[in-house]
Design a protein around this ligand. Structure first.
Ligand SMILES: Nc1ncnc2c1ncn2[C@@H]1O[C@H](COP(=O)(O)OP(=O)(O)OP(=O)(O)O)[C@@H](O)[C@H]1O
Ligand SMILES: [Mg+2]
Length: 502
């Protein structure tokens, strides 16, 4: 048939003139085929070379042409039984498939693995724009060495370019110091034998618009809260009503004396008043000596900060002033808490964060990030959780995004038994985080993570298989698997594996 003949000869007439004999035509065709093969093979190694030069985490999951082999679902060979469902059910079964992304506004994080697109995030930009995004706080959980700190540091470094300031109130490993230095920020190292001193009773500068009286009341409230937290941490119990009164009286006496001397009030002075029953009783007009007696435990608790292992660090005038213009401030506590007892670390963190938080109380201070790295270490201390909770609640009003880094979701459960105040506080912190970033979890932790975060089966399986730097981002209920990408300079700066490689 004429049509059939024309089809068969389709390529050759282009290259072989019609009026040649069959041998020449065949030779020409062979030559063309050989040239085509050569060209095809010459192109291949080059493509492979380009691919192998790319860092593994930058490489696309699938080639540009899509998934290879029978999984490609091309060629009409994939046969599935037909199944009908509503789009609501379909989105539950394939939570990542329909995700449209968070938009291009914000800090560059890396690659959205499913969309093969850049992933950006900025809690301040998302607030009010994303349904259900009620606060700028972030929870970041993942097993050891998966890149949690690296992500927090990247967020910090990149946020500075947006004009945000970064505060790290507790750096138990001392790994933020290089980051602060690199950004031209400040680090205060505290520990036995170090010259740094922070006075947690420092009165912060009065914000614009606050009346003198209101601010004096606010400062007094903050100081009382701090003293209460310190006492509760050492005593490991709630305070009795008379102990609250004793703290109140001792603080007022100390502040009055300090004002008369023209010096800042110090923790040592408060401890001294608490240890003098007659001063407490006479201040309150309590003739029976009951208040002085009730304050005995308190006096001993505060003594730890004055004469114990933390002596000198928090009971002297501050050696540094809070500089609101510094791009980053971290408090290095790596010299504390090495002996397995976290109480010293928690006390130091309470003092350091009180000092920092009171300085952050200015709502005109711009947008700020407060990063609690290694927060799992302090989860068992209710007093600190209370402080964190109040910071969480204030986040919107002050323009502060809090980032809390823990290992497992069950770290939140270590805060206390079911129904206890500690547990309620820890769960409240989780509730008040509109963004949850889950890095890899151990198999035995998947159940509790899924239950606490309401993960779907697909998400739970995804979490168990995450690699370094890759996390499930739940942003106000929307899900993304994101590969955090580090600049070579960041990689060098954030390296915490150096000792392992050496
Ligand atoms: N996205 C990434 N790409 C490449 N390397 C990374 C990435 N994230 C982290 N790393 C490297 O992995 C190492 C461990 O990271 P990191 O210290 O952040 O882990 P971590 O989860 O904070 O661990 P820990 O729980 O012990 O604090 C670092 O040396 C870091 O440079
Ligand atoms: Mg870390």
């Amino acid at each position: 048939m004429p049509t059939r003949n024309r089809t068969r000869a389709s390529a050759s007439p282009l290259f072989v003139p019609r009026k040649t004999d069959r041998r020449t035509a065949r030779a020409a065709r062979d030559q063309f085929a050989a040239a085509r093969d050569q060209a095809r093979h010459a192109a291949r190694p080059q493509a492979r070379r380009a691919e192998s030069g790319v860092a593994p985490e930058l490489r696309a999951t699938y080639p540009v042409a899509g998934r290879p082999g029978p999984f490609s679902a091309r060629g009409g060979r994939l046969k599935l039984p037909s199944h009908r469902m509503t789009t609501a059910t379909a989105s539950g079964a394939y939570p990542f498939l329909a995700e449209g992304g968070l938009g291009a506004q914000g800090i560059y994080i890396g690659r959205d693995v499913h969309a093969e697109a850049a992933f950006t995030y900025d809690p301040f930009a998302l607030y009010g724009r994303l349904d259900g995004f009620t606060n700028p706080n972030i929870l970041l959980a993942g097993i050891i060495g998966m890149g949690k700190s690296a992500l927090a540091k990247s967020l910090a470094v990149r946020a500075v370019a947006f004009g945000y300031r970064i505060y790290v109130p507790c750096d138990p490993k001392g790994e933020w110091t290089v980051v602060a230095q690199e950004l031209g920020g400040q680090t205060i190292a505290l520990g036995p034998g170090l010259p740094g001193r922070l006075n947690p009773l420092d009165a912060p500068a009065r914000p614009h618009g606050a009346s003198e009286e209101d601010w004096a009341n606010e400062v007094r409230k903050r100081r009382l809260l701090l003293l209460g937290s310190l006492a509760k941490t050492v005593l490991r119990r709630d305070l009795h009503p008379m102990e609250h009164t004793a703290l109140d009286v001792a603080l007022d006496q100390t502040v009055a004396h300090a004002a008369a001397r023209g010096t800042p009030p110090l923790l040592g002075d408060v401890a001294h008043v608490l240890g003098s029953p007659e001063r407490l009783d006479s201040a309150l007009g309590e003739p029976s000596g009951r208040l002085g007696h009730a304050a005995e435990d308190l006096a001993h608790a505060l003594r730890r900060l004055v004469h114990g292992d933390l002596a000198g660090m928090f009971d002297a005038p501050s050696t540094v002033a809070f500089d609101p213009s510094t791009p980053m401030l971290s408090i290095d506590l790596s010299r504390l808490g090495g002996a397995g007892d976290d109480t010293a670390l928690v006390l130091a963190m309470t003092c350091a964060s009180a000092w920092m938080e009171s300085a952050l109380a200015d709502p005109t201070g711009g947008r700020r990030w407060v990063i609690y790295d290694e927060a799992w270490r302090v989860m068992r201390h209710v007093a600190l959780l209370e402080r964190m909770q109040s910071q969480w609640k204030l986040s919107r009003g002050l323009g502060i995004a809090n980032l809390m880094v823990i290992h497992r979701l069950s770290d939140l459960l270590t805060a206390g038994d079911a129904g206890s105040r500690g547990r309620a506080l820890a769960e409240g912190l989780l509730t008040d985080c509109s963004t949850r970033i889950i890095y890899r979890q151990e198999a035995d932790q998947l159940g509790s993570a899924a239950a606490l975060l309401g993960l779907t089966g697909v998400e739970t399986r995804a979490v168990s298989a995450l690699t370094k730097g890759r996390g499930l981002w739940k942003v106000a209920g929307r899900s993304f698997i994101t590969q955090h990408l580090l600049h070579p300079r960041e990689l060098e700066l954030f390296d915490t594996d150096a000792r392992m490689h050496a």
